[in-house]
Design a protein around this ligand. Structure first.
Ligand code: PLP
Length: 350
C-alpha cells in the first residue's frame, strides 16, 4: 500500500473515495454530477443539512452555537475573527508557533495584540498563564501546532471568549466545544477536501457590523450566503458519515493515540532517529523527527518514497522529517512507517 503522511491536505478514507468515484457522474439525476448540481437545489440542501447535523453529533455542539461552512481556509479566519469580534480592539494570542504567529499578524490590522507564551510543566504538558489576560476581546490559541508537533494539554479558565484554531486536530481528538467562543478549522486534514472551512461560533458573539457582506459572520448564520465549495461539502458529508460509522471522535482519538504511540515509542528507542518534541504536549497528529543530520534525513525521505511512503519531509521552516497521521491514516500506516524506519536504521548501521 501507498501512504501519504502529508500535513495537509491529508489522506481521506479509501471507502469514501471509492464511493465518490462511483457516484461522480450521478448525484440526484442520472448523468448529472454533484459538481453540476445547484447549491440551491433541495438535494444539495439535504447534503448541507446532513453535514451540519453530523458535525453537531460528533462534536456535541449545542444549539446556541452556529456552524458556518466558509471558504478562504483557516487563513481567512485569521482576519475574520478580529474583524467580527472586536469591541475594545484588543486581543491576546498565545504564541505556540508559526500558525499562531500568522494569526496574530493578521489580527494586528484590527487592534492591539498582546502576546503570551505557553507554559510547559514537569511532564511536558502545555498550557498558558491565565492571570495575564484581562480587558481584551478574546484569547486565541492554536490547539494543535501542525508544524512544531505540539498541542495544548490544558486550557485554563478565563472569563473572556476563547478562540481556537483546530485545523489539525478537529475530529482527531475530543474538544469540549462549550469552553470556546469560536472553533475554526480548514477542512483539508480531518474533514474533507481543501476549499472548505468550518467555523463553530457561539451565537451571542455574532454582532451586526459595518463590514463587507461575505466577511460578516452574521451573513452566514443558518443559511448558504453564496455558492459554497459544493464538491468539498459533498465529500465532507461522506467523511463525517465515515467518522460516525467508525465510532465517532472518541474512537478516532483512541486510534490516533495508538498510531502516534507506535511512532513515538520507536523514535525513543531508535539509535538513528529521534523525536523533536518530548513530553505530554506532543501532538497526536503531527510528529516531527530527525536523524540529526540533514543529508541523512533527505536520504530517508527518498528511501521511504521508494517504498510508497510519501510526503515525509519536514516543514521548510523547521527541516527534518515529519509524519502527519490524520483520521484516515490507518494503524497499518503507522506500523509500516516504523518498519521502514527500522529497515533504514539497520541498512545504514547508525
Ligand atoms: N492553522 C493551522 C494550525 C494549520 O495547520 C494550517 C494549515 O496547515 C492553517 C492554519 C492554514 O490553513 P489554510 O491553508 O486552510 O488557510
Amino acid at each position: 500500500s501507498t501512504y501519504t503522511y502529508s500535513a495537509g491536505p491529508g489522506m481521506l478514507p479509501t471507502e469514501v473515495m471509492q464511493e465518490i468515484q462511483q457516484h461522480l457522474l450521478t448525484f440526484e439525476y442520472e448523468g448529472v454530477s454533484i459538481i453540476e448540481t445547484s447549491h440551491r437545489s433541495a438535494s444539495f440542501q439535504r447534503v448541507v443539512d446532513s453535514l451540519g447535523w453530523r458535525l453537531r453529533r460528533l462534536m456535541h455542539i449545542p444549539e446556541n452555537y452556529a456552524v458556518l461552512w466558509l471558504q478562504g481556509g483557516a487563513t481567512l479566519q485569521f482576519s475574520m475573527i478580529p474583524m467580527n469580534l472586536r469591541k475594545q480592539n484588543r486581543f491576546v494570542y498565545v504564541d505556540t508557533g508559526i500558525w499562531s504567529k500568522k494569526a496574530m499578524e493578521d489580527a494586528k490590522y484590527f487592534g492591539e495584540v498582546d502576546v503570551i507564551h505557553p507554559l510547559v510543566d514537569a511532564t511536558g504538558g502545555m498550557s498558558f498563564e491565565s492571570s495575564l489576560v484581562q480587558e481584551v476581546d478574546y484569547l486565541h490559541v492554536t490547539l494543535n501546532n501542525t508544524i512544531e508537533g505540539t498541542r495544548f494539554t490544558h486550557i485554563p479558565e478565563v472569563d473572556i471568549p476563547l478562540i481556537a484554531d483546530a485545523s489539525s486536530n478537529i475530529l482527531a481528538e475530543q474538544i469540549d466545544v462549550e469552553r470556546f467562543g469560536v472553533i475554526y478549522a480548514g477542512a483539508q486534514k480531518n474533514i474533507g477536501p481543501a476549499g472548505l472551512t468550518v467555523v463553530i461560533i457561539r451565537r451571542d458573539l455574532i454582532q451586526s457590523l459595518q463590514l463587507p457582506s461575505y466577511l460578516q459572520y452574521a451573513s452566514h448564520v443558518d443559511t448558504l450566503f453564496n455558492t459554497p465549495s459544493t464538491f468539498s461539502v459533498y465529500v465532507a458529508e461522506r467523511v463525517l458519515k465515515w467518522v460516525e460509522d467508525c465510532g465517532g471522535v472518541e474512537a478516532m482519538e483512541r486510534l490516533n493515540r495508538q498510531k502516534s504511540d507506535r511512532i513515538y515509542s520507536y523514535l525513543e528507542e531508535s539509535t538513528c532517529f529521534s523525536p523533536i518534541v518530548t513530553g505530554e504536549r506532543r501532538s497526536l497528529t503531527n510528529i516531527p523527527f530527525t536523524t540529526g543530520n540533514q543529508e541523512l534525513d533527505l536520504r530517508f525521505e527518498r528511501y521511504a518514497l521508494e517504498r510508497g511512503l510519501l510526503e515525509l519531509g519536514g516543514h521548510r521552516s523547521v527541516g527534518g522529517l515529519r509524519a502527519s497521521l490524520y483520521n484516515a491514516m490507518p494503524l497499518e500506516g503507522a506500523e509500516r512507517l516504523v518498519d521502514v524506519m527500522r529497515a533504514f536504521e539497520e541498512e545504514t548501521h547508525v
